[in-house]
Design a protein around this ligand. Structure first.
Ligand code: NDP
Length: 338
């Protein structure tokens, strides 16, 4: 059975990665795209060879589709996801799932009630590098994990210097944009959940409107692991990386907080250093494959709605901490979603 996708949002991420990832599936087809602006919808459909261009959500949902991919600005995700779920469509939604974790929990409850699949597009779980690190930890290769460090400060490309740095009401700011990914990747790699976060934010000259364009967070996890993460839009020359340090070894990954299947993972133990080899499949293609399997009733999306609530709860706590100057508990309140 072919999965017929409708794109909600004529976005950059769809154009750069997700259209190709859907078309890379033997059972994936893009049937329609929706933009709020009819001319943009038509132009985007033409440029990307999408058969149908619409400018209303109803028009998209009536178009004989099975699933929607939502990549509009963040304040629109909730309403669009609820409408798609109500119409019986499976939903793969961009991060952050919504502006608040309470709204994201509503999405989970609606999807559960309708019996459709809801996924969060946290692509970094699908990176071979992160899966290799997780496997190494599970195999005991670094002993007992003690601490982690995430380097995820980048320079926001000029073509993306729009709502992220000017529109708080659209869910702008680096915490909702990047800290959510770090929350999810830390949870995935460590196989652990964060319980508490302390965060400092800054405005280093790019973001306006009271939004933050840099953040440093300190995290505590259930098992006692502590972590630090750095997210930014303004550092032109910084590398990305992810390290996990354990009682018997360290995993040191470079250039892995990225959309491409690149980078390296080094294992350092008493026996010396070893380059860990990993799968270089496109991250989004792998996520899509797992989403299609979930639609067939085989397993879960790589990041579920619950994972999206976790990452958003962590981001909320980080923002609260940056305002109060206090460490804040992270509680996704997932019991109340079911
Ligand atoms: P864009 O700014 O490219 O697109 C967001 C919306 O802005 C579109 O839906 C579109 O509205 C409008 N828009 C886009 N380009 C133009 C333009 N040239 N003129 C006028 N309006 C325009 O955002 P991104 O693709 O960067 O991000 C979209 C979502 O995806 C966000 O939720 C973001 O957090 C997430 N994201 C996730 C990534 C991941 O790897 N998981 C990576 C990047 C983003 P309309 O559809 O109404 O035309």
């Amino acid at each position: 059975m072919t999965v017929r996708w409708g794109l909600i949002g004529a976005s950059t991420i769809a154009k750069q990665f997700m259209i190709d990832a859907i078309r890379a599936q033997s059972d994936g087809e893009i049937a329609a795209v929706m933009s709020s602006n009819p001319e943009r919808a038509t132009a985007y459909a033409r440029e990307n060879s999408i058969p149908l261009a619409v400018s209303t959500l109803d028009g998209l949902l009536e178009g004989g589709i099975d699933a929607v991919y939502i990549s509009t600005t963040n304040e629109l995700h909730l309403e669009q996801a609820l409408a798609a779920i109500k119409a019986g469509k499976h939903v793969l939604c961009e991060k952050p799932l919504a502006l608040t974790s309470a709204d994201a929990r509503q999405m989970i409850a609606a999807a559960n009630a309708a019996g459709v699949v809801l996924g969060t597009n946290h692509h970094l779980r699908s990176a071979g590098a992160h899966r290799a690190m997780r496997d190494a930890i599970v195999a005991g290769r670094i002993g007992k994990p003690i601490a982690a460090r995430v380097f995820h400060s980048v320079y926001l490309p000029e073509n993306l210097q729009g709502w992220r740095i000017t529109r708080p009401e659209a869910g702008g700011g680096v915490v909702l944009d990047i800290t959510v990914h770090d929350a999810d990747t830390l949870r995935f790699v460590l196989g652990d959940d964060p319980v508490e976060i302390s965060c400092f934010t800054q405005s280093a000259g790019m973001a306006g409107a009271g939004l933050e364009d840099g953040a440093m967070c300190v995290w505590r996890f259930k098992t006692g692991v502590i972590a630090q993460s750095h997210e930014g839009f303004t550092t032109k020359f910084a590398d990305t990386g992810f390290e996990v340090h354990g009682s018997e070894g360290s995993l040191i990954a470079r250039n892995v907080m990225t959309q491409r299947p690149v980078g390296s993972v080094l294992l350092r133990t008493a026996a010396g250093e070893e380059d860990i080899q990993f799968d270089r499949e496109d991250l989004y293609t792998r996520s899509l494959r797992q989403f299609h399997a979930a639609i067939r009733g085989e397993g879960q999306p790589s990041a579920t709605g619950e994972d999206g609530v976790w990452s958003l709860s962590a981001a909320e706590a980080a923002l609260q901490s940056s305002k109060s100057g206090q460490a804040v508990a992270i509680d996704p309140k997932l019991g109340s979603a079911n």
